[in-house]
Design a protein around this ligand. Structure first.
Ligand SMILES: [Zn+2]
Length: 316
């Protein structure tokens, strides 16, 4: 009986060793498969390219697979994850962000994103495209997006002398909205009137050409928009003044009211203080652009310029 018992134990031992071997091989195998599978992931490839797991977590939801592969194939750049994680990051501009940041190391990544998005890495007027005029009150007109010479502003109506100095005209929808704005402002004690409104291409051309002939191109550009690039040519832009305090509009209570309320009537402050680099214009407390109540409210709440808003939300 004892002999037989030993035999079984020997067999049992063999069986046990075999079993253990099988388990070990299975575990190793599973591990190898897992490792192999992980090596196929974008996370692994991204980290292999020099980035950290935190970097990966910053970018993974903002890019699709092809875009991720493209980034992995690029030379490592510590700024790339920060750039991608920015709110207004646009993939199509990635290369331009990198090179603009390289040339402007003093600027923050947030500023670089904003500036490149509105084309400020390119000189004014040299890369002019014809703006999408079919967008009507939402169209962008600036030093990169111009109206075509044959553009004809629609529904231009004369502005009553109750609301403006003589000889003004404006798009009808923008005018109706301004009358409501001005009437409500009067109830608050402010008389806001229009100083300048619709201008034709020819008129803008004359302003700019006269200045150019007098002082040269650079001076003319600092003084006025080139023809096709002034919002006044759209029929949707106005310059306003406080009738009772005609000077220094930015210092008037009426300006504060305009700044906080104009969006409710569809108008936005187009060239805000501190955003000169983005808009390409000096701070103009008097210049407002009609974009409609919906859009104006969105732009106001977003707290960015119309140039930035348009590029990111309407042209992305
Ligand atoms: Zn203006």
């Amino acid at each position: 009986m004892a002999k037989k018992k030993i035999k079984i134990t020997k067999f049992g031992k063999l069986l046990l060793v075999g079993l253990i071997l099988l388990i070990v091989l299975t575990i190793v195998g599973i591990k190898l498969i897992k490792t192999y599978k992980y090596h196929q992931t974008y996370e692994y490839k991204f980290i292999e390219a020099g980035y950290t797991l935190d970097d990966y977590n910053l970018v993974k939801d903002k890019l699709n697979d092809d875009e991720l592969m493209y980034i992995i194939a690029l030379e490592y750049n510590k700024n790339i994850p920060k750039i991608i994680s920015e709110k207004y990051f646009m993939y199509k501009n990635l290369g331009r962000y990198i090179s603009y940041l390289e040339k402007n190391k003093d600027k923050s990544i947030t500023d670089v994103i904003a500036l490149v998005n509105v084309n400020r890495d390119k000189p004014y007027y040299e890369n002019l495209v014809t703006t999408d005029e079919s967008k009507n009150e939402a169209m962008l007109v600036n030093k990169y997006h111009a109206l075509s010479k044959k553009y004809e502003a629609s529904d231009i109506v004369k502005v009553s002398s109750t609301y403006a100095y003589a000889g003004m005209s404006l798009n009808k929808e923008a005018y109706d909205a301004f009358r409501k704005l001005s009437d409500d402002a009067r109830k608050e004690g402010f008389t806001i009137i229009i100083l300048s409104s619709y201008r034709t291409y020819e008129y803008q051309e004359k302003i700019w050409n006269d200045r150019k002939n007098l002082k040269g191109e650079k001076e003319a550009d600092a003084y006025a928009a080139r023809p096709g690039s002034s919002e006044h040519e759209t029929g949707y832009a106005i310059d306003v003044a406080d009738y009772n305090h005609p000077l220094n509009f930015s210092e008037q209570e009426s300006f504060k009211w305009m700044k906080d309320n104009s969006y409710k009537y569809g108008y936005i402050l187009r060239y805000p203080e501190g955003k000169e680099d983005i808009t390409g214009y000096d701070y103009e407390s008097w210049h407002y652009r009609y974009v409609g109540v919906d859009l104006a409210t969105k732009v106001y709440n977003e707290g960015i310029t119309y140039d930035e808003y348009y590029e990111f939300y309407l042209n992305n």
